[in-house]
Design a protein around this ligand. Structure first.
Ligand SMILES: [Zn+2]
Length: 428
């Protein structure tokens, strides 16, 4: 090879390399994940369709349906033929992610067996109907009896209705009152304090739970927890509560953890969306987990401003962030291994331990870079800390969800304690 041709080759290689670098550049603006609707990163207020709260009687006023409770979503109810009745469910606005939440009550003057159809506007059936006689205890419907039509997106099932109202919802109802009850019961322990860090669009408090047993002037690690940014993601919400229950438990591990760490938790980050039975958004019509760059929404702003206090705090160092969600599988989204975080690759290490503990439990892992405007990426960009988006399957068995999440919490506490020990300077 002559020096001239190798020179041309070198120039050509550099040209290709620079093309590759341009196409891989992270400076390209993030515009949404594959499942996101267009415009998801525009987080200024969008118009929402208020839900008309009412009870609707059909069949000469003999069968009734109602959305007059917190967390409900039902847009219309009517009789199609002798046996078929249809509930229409519309989102708060659209385009929107396909998380078609529904919740309503139904009753009848006389005992009857009917066919009930769920019909969605701007979405397709996703959540297995859960039934309840009191709004507190829920049982999933037998899925073999639910007939779904993938073209129209409807789901139809047989239902026995009577004078006693039957609650039907996409998932267990976990609304403001149950959160408040849970938070208050934890706060009876002296290592848990509650605080209001701001207010939602509709003036509901954004509650922060602080968990620690550190001394006043003691340096401590910080674990950040966020949850329920997306209203229908109830399995993620259940997991966040189980996880926090472990951190606040009266056990040797948890109390050791609390003597070295402080937890800043915001487990109910979208109270308006939950109370209004939204599919995805807050009362500003925005996906709150795409607002962690622009901060146009009061809920994300409140949490950011509260956490920002830690930035120059010499006593507090953020070690980790966990953001709880749900999707159609158990999946953890860590930060790419190529990106240096503190502690580095923390997520991968605890997932390895979790998989060893539950070799048969299905858990997927998919790492991402930190370009998207989501909670964990803001934590990384602000504090350099590692973080994870912790997604539970919508259909997760609630007992195994509990067992696995308790174990996760214990592994994470142990690993965080180890990481903190590594950092401790030897005393002179
Ligand atoms: Zn989510």
């Amino acid at each position: 090879m002559t020096s001239r041709s190798s020179g041309i080759l070198l120039g050509y290689s550099l040209f290709i390399l620079s093309l590759l670098l341009i196409s891989c550049s992270s400076s390209e603006e993030f515009s949404g994940f594959s499942y996101d609707p267009e415009g998801v990163t525009v987080t200024t207020d969008k118009e929402i369709q208020p839900q008309h709260k009412r009870r609707i009687g059909v069949d000469g006023g003999s069968i009734w349906a109602s959305n007059e409770f917190a967390g409900a979503r039902m847009s219309d109810f009517y009789q199609v033929n002798d046996t078929l009745y249809r509930v229409v469910i519309e989102p708060e606005n659209h385009p929107i992610n396909n998380s078609p939440w529904y919740a309503f009550k139904i009753w009848s003057d006389t005992n009857k067996t009917i066919d009930l159809q769920l019909k969605y506007k701007h979405g397709k059936h996703r959540y297995i109907p859960k039934l309840s006689n009191n709004g507190n205890q829920w049982r999933p419907i037998d899925t073999t009896k639910v007939r779904t039509d993938t073209t129209t997106g409807t789901a139809t099932f047989e239902l026995k209705v009577s004078a006693e109202p039957l609650w039907i919802a996409a998932q267990e109802l976990l609304t403001w009152h149950s959160y408040r009850r849970w938070a208050d019961s934890l706060a009876s322990q002296h290592w848990v304090t509650l605080d209001t860090v701001g207010y939602s669009h509709q003036q509901r408090p954004i509650v922060k739970m602080n968990i620690t047993q550190t001394e006043k002037d003691q340096s401590r690690g910080v674990l950040i927890i966020t949850g329920r940014l997306h209203p229908p993601e109830v399995t993620g919400a259940l997991a966040s509560q189980i996880f926090i229950n472990e951190l606040t438990a009266d056990t040797p591990l948890a109390s050791q953890f609390r003597s070295e760490f402080e937890v800043w938790a915001y487990p109910f980050a979208n109270p308006d969306g939950v109370q209004q039975g939204h599919w995805r958004h807050n009362a500003g019509g925005v996906d709150l987990n795409r607002d962690w760059k622009s901060f146009n929404q009061p809920e994300t702003k409140a949490i950011r401003d509260d956490l920002a206090q830690i930035k120059d705090d010499t006593l507090r160092k953020v070690y980790y962030g966990i953001d709880f969600h749900s999707t159609d599988e158990n999946i953890f989204y860590p930060i790419n291994r190529e990106i240096d975080t503190f502690p580095d690759d923390f997520t991968f290490h605890w997932i390895d331990s979790l998989k060893k503990a539950f070799p048969d439990y299905p858990v997927e892992v998919e790492a991402f870079d930190t370009s998207s405007p989501i909670t964990k990426n803001w934590i990384y960009h602000t504090f350099g800390a590692d973080g994870v988006t912790y997604e539970l399957n919508d259909r997760a068995n609630r007992d195994s969800l509990r067992t696995v999440t308790q174990k996760s919490a214990r592994i994470i506490m142990r690993q965080l304690l180890d990481e903190k020990k590594k950092r401790k300077k030897p005393t002179k």
